[in-house]
Design a protein around this ligand. Structure first.
Ligand SMILES: Cc1cc2nc3c(=O)[nH]c(=O)nc-3n(C[C@H](O)[C@H](O)[C@H](O)COP(=O)(O)O)c2cc1C
Length: 323
């Protein structure tokens, strides 16, 4: 597979593992990169710049392939500057930026030859990212897991809209979990995909509690919900008692102070690390409907490439008028 994304990132498959707060550490990032995609470490889940440096070095003991560092700014009140400087010092070739104004990060990394990818959820954000020097955008549709745009645009419309609006490569994100999704994304004009939820249910996502992985397997596409809409920062979770409680509080109009404890990172970890679905919550997208097992990342990629071959053949036959 050859697109501007595979060329730019020097990877075999145009598949990027999105930032996954509290889950994307060295084991997962290295497994994705080793299997031919681009793995990423999520910087802002780490407690300090030194721990980011250690995590980067750990990935390098596991793979010699390229990997990236994700910066989810805006959701965290901690400063990112020192973390970013560690990524620069360590010679990281690619970062992804989400959740806030990407411009200061892009300016700070100018001149280091680093590729900067920005997660967007609307055409105007993609155009802004291109104007300030992003090398690619990942456009996430409203079916995605974790934080979403406020405009509720689905992947199938968002991707071609963004592709028609910018010249830099576009990666499709939100709702992709198999080779059919990858093929569809390419058909929509994307030059790669970013997947989040699907990577949680893999063997190498070693930090995710078995109950979280099991919840993703058991859930159908009906079993996710959007929390924090009342705060203007909508984000999709797999439904748990904990998430239902948050929605209930939002309906009561309790505001940020009333929600703070329930939507905290600590409460997130209660489910994803401790398996406490009664109180905690875990981000996940509607793609849970397509997740039925916990393969290794390599098995997942093999399967996706099998899908691509199978469905490519079906499409070709369709064009040749054969059933
Ligand atoms: C558990 C979880 C945590 C996430 N944390 C982050 C994060 O820290 N940084 C980020 O840029 N995106 C984060 N995202 C978004 C993903 O990188 C990706 O854009 C999204 O999952 C794509 O949709 P999908 O889940 O349908 O594949 C997270 C998503 C999930 C499911």
């Amino acid at each position: 597979m050859n697109t501007r994304v595979t060329e730019m990132l020097n990877i075999m498959y145009p598949i990027i593992q999105g930032g996954l707060a509290h889950l994307a550490y060295a084991e997962l990032a290295a497994a994705v990169s080793e299997a031919g995609g681009l793995g990423q470490i999520t910087a802002m889940s780490l407690p300090s710049p030194d721990s980011l440096r250690a995590e980067i070095q750990k990935v390098r003991t596991l793979t010699t392939k390229p990997f990236g560092v994700n910066f989810a700014i805006g959701q965290h009140d901690r400063p990112y500057e020192e973390m970013l400087d560690v990524a620069i010092e360590e010679g990281i070739g690619v970062i992804s930026i989400t959740g806030g104004n990407p411009e200061p990060l892009i300016r700070r990394t100018d001149g280091y030859g680093m590729k900067r990818m920005v997660l967007v959820a609307a055409v105007r954000q993609a155009q802004k990212a291109e104007a300030i020097g992003a090398d690619a955008v990942m456009a996430v549709g409203q079916e995605g897991g974790g934080h979403l745009g406020r405009d509720d645009i689905g992947t199938f419309v968002l991707i071609p809209r963004v592709v028609d609006s910018v010249n830099i490569p576009v990666l499709a994100s939100g709702g992709i979990g198999d080779g059919r999704g990858l093929l569809a994304a390419l058909a929509l004009g994307a030059e790669g995909v970013e997947m989040g939820t699907r990577f949680i249910a893999t063997q190498e996502c070693v930090h995710a509690h078995a109950a979280y992985k099991q919840a993703l397997i058991q859930a159908t596409e009906h079993d996710t919900t959007v929390i924090k809409r009342s705060l203007g920062t909508p984000a999709r979770v797999v439904s748990t008692k904990g998430s239902e409680h948050i929605i209930e509080l939002e309906k009561q109009g309790v505001g940020y102070e009333g929600l703070r404890e329930y939507i905290s990172g600590r409460n997130n970890c209660r489910f994803i690390y401790d398996g406490d679905a009664e109180h905690g919550f875990g981000w996940a997208g509607q793609v849970v409907g397509l997740i039925h097992d916990v393969p290794t990342v390599q098995e997942l990629f093999n399967r996706m490439m099998g899908d691509v071959n199978e469905f490519q053949t079906i499409i070709q036959k369709t064009f040749q008028g054969k059933p």
